[in-house]
Design a protein around this ligand. Structure first.
Ligand code: NAD
Length: 261
């Protein structure tokens, strides 16, 4: 799985093909979509028409909250593949645990079957807290490949990252740039950017990379799409990392996984 990919949340379906094509053209090979984003169609079109060999692409999509439950999930996966126009995805995730519905464990069994059938090369979860992961492991023994969670300098998730790592689950950061929460304007980030001759967004993405997180920044602005990929030619030092660690406020930009859905 590439450590840096391209997220397409809030990209309208009729703009997704052009947006994803532009990202592939500048070098992204991993794309993160979801049934809930309503843009699997445009995203799949760009992937299919890119001319890039399928095995060089890494495609992630997610099961919507309304489609939890064993049989419903199997059908929803078929629908996602059909909208994408692909034979398989590289990663299929349960988008949210939705504890109030209490269906995520049986949904996880369905994803295991999809994985065994070969149409998802890997399966995982998103927005799962330790208690949700523990339940999956206890009831099925099958470890999710990935847990995609909200993670940025204002919400660094040290406990959940460690929990994932101890169980061999890769942590993937959504809203890695904090989705407009001001962290890119923070003096600490701006200072590090000036010091390394990079942009604030590049500093934050580099911080994720050095922590070992997978990141999927989103932008529809061509210069930013390019900029966000260009984070492999510099290194943050211990002072930078220590100062960024102090930016934690515990503040989310998205919903709380315990109650959402
Ligand atoms: P993000 O942190 O990637 O922020 C995106 C915003 O930051 C852009 O809209 C733009 O305004 C700004 N930005 C991007 N590049 C910039 C740059 N170089 N300089 C300055 N500003 C820049 O937030 P996101 O879109 O919420 O998250 C990224 C991806 O994560 C999504 O597209 C989606 O694929 C995924 N996601 C998943 C979940 C989930 O529940 N699993 C939830 C939200 C997002």
């Amino acid at each position: 799985m590439p450590q840096l990919g391209f997220g397409v949340y809030q990209v309208p379906d009729d703009e997704a093909a052009a947006t994803v094509s532009a990202a592939l053209a500048v070098g992204y090979r991993s794309v993160d979509t979801a049934a809930l984003y309503g843009n699997e169609g445009g995203t799949g079109k760009a992937l299919r028409e890119s001319g890039i060999p399928r095995e060089e692409l890494f495609v992630t999509t997610k099961l919507g909250n309304a489609d939890q439950g064993h049989d419903v999930a199997l059908r929803a996966f078929d629908d996602s593949l059909e909208r994408l126009g692909l034979d398989y995805v590289d990663l299929y995730l349960i988008h949210w645990p939705v504890p109030a519905k209490d269906l995520y464990a049986q949904t996880w069994r369905a994803l295991g079957e999809i994985h065994h059938g070969g149409r998802a090369r890997a399966v995982g979860v998103s927005n799962f807290e330790p208690e949700h992961l523990t339940r999956l492991l206890e009831e099925t023994g099958v470890v999710p490949a990935v847990n995609q969670i909200e993670l940025h300098p204002r919400l660094q998730q040290p406990g959940l990252r460690a929990f994932d790592a101890e169980r061999g689950v890769v942590t993937e950061a959504w809203s890695p740039l904090g989705r407009g929460n001001g962290v890119l304007d923070d003096p600490v980030v701006r200072k590090a950017a000036a010091k390394h001759g990079k942009s604030p967004a590049q500093v934050v993405l580099r911080w994720h990379i050095q922590l070992g997180n997978v990141v999927i920044p989103k932008s529809v602005t061509p210069s930013r799409v390019r900029e966000n990929l260009d984070v492999f030619d510099f290194e943050l030092d211990d002072d930078d990392l220590r100062e960024i660690q102090r930016l934690e406020t515990g503040t989310r930009v998205g919903p709380d996984p315990h109650t959402f859905g």
